[in-house]
Design a protein around this ligand. Structure first.
Ligand code: URA
Length: 215
């Protein structure tokens, strides 16, 4: 993977490119869209976990020899941004048994065009945890920025948040990092730009609609 300025992009490979080629294809059937998105999400979650603190530990193997390894050094939780972020919850649960997952719902206010918090349900002890924040598309960055502000109000440290998404627009990365430079972003691919409707180009389309079958 490549990392610059707190942005980690999954290492490009033909394997990963093949997965993105399927989910970006408008002719892909929904069951394949879900299956191959889930495969990318799994890779992203593993990379997100790699951004968390580890401590050195020595264990004994069945041969009686010592092995110098590492173990997780912090408590974690997930937070999904409803609705599209919920598509990433199963991938998180698949690798982190019993993980607590909070939810944040933010919608654009029709009058002000600003993102508005409608609902947040988070673990009570979230301030003591590292947070994996889930939302598949980083477009303008407005929604995720507001979600971070909710987490900061609850006492989470900015440097303890890892934001995981599949596809990011350069405009969204800039908007977000200008406000929250200590949050690490883990993404699958960085696209070219946003179009006039604020969709990512070449993009995927509306990820939530494709994943949940509401298109
Ligand atoms: N949300 C999406 O689902 N797709 C985009 O391109 C932008 C925001």
């Amino acid at each position: 993977m490549a990392e610059t300025n707190n942005v980690v992009v999954l290492k490009s490979s033909r394997q990963l490119k093949g997965l993105f080629t399927i989910i970006r294809n408008r002719d892909t059937k929904r069951e394949d869209f879900i299956f191959y998105s889930d495969r990318i999400i799994r890779l992203l979650i593993e990379e997100g976990l790699n951004c968390l603190p580890f401590e050195e530990t020595t264990i004994t193997t069945p041969t009686g020899a010592e092995y110098n390894g590492v173990s997780f050094a912090s408590k974690i939780c997930g937070v999904s941004i409803v609705r599209a972020g919920e598509s990433m919850e199963a991938g998180l649960r698949a690798v982190c048994k019993h993980i607590k997952i909070g939810k944040i719902l933010i919608q654009r206010d029709e009058e002000t065009a600003m993102p508005k918090l409608l609902y947040a349900k988070l673990p009570n002890d979230i301030a003591k945890r590292h947070v994996l924040l889930l939302d598949p598309m980083l477009a303008t960055g407005g929604t995720v920025t507001q979600a971070i502000e909710v987490l900061l109000e609850r006492g989470v440290k900015e440097e303890n948040i890892v934001f995981i998404n599949l596809v990011a627009a350069p405009e969204g990365i800039k908007y977000f990092q200008d406000r929250h430079p200590k949050v690490k972003i883990v993404t699958g691919e960085i696209d070219e730009r946003l179009n006039e409707k604020k969709y990512i180009m070449p993009g995927i389309g509306d990820f939530g609609d494709l994943y949940f079958g509401t298109n």
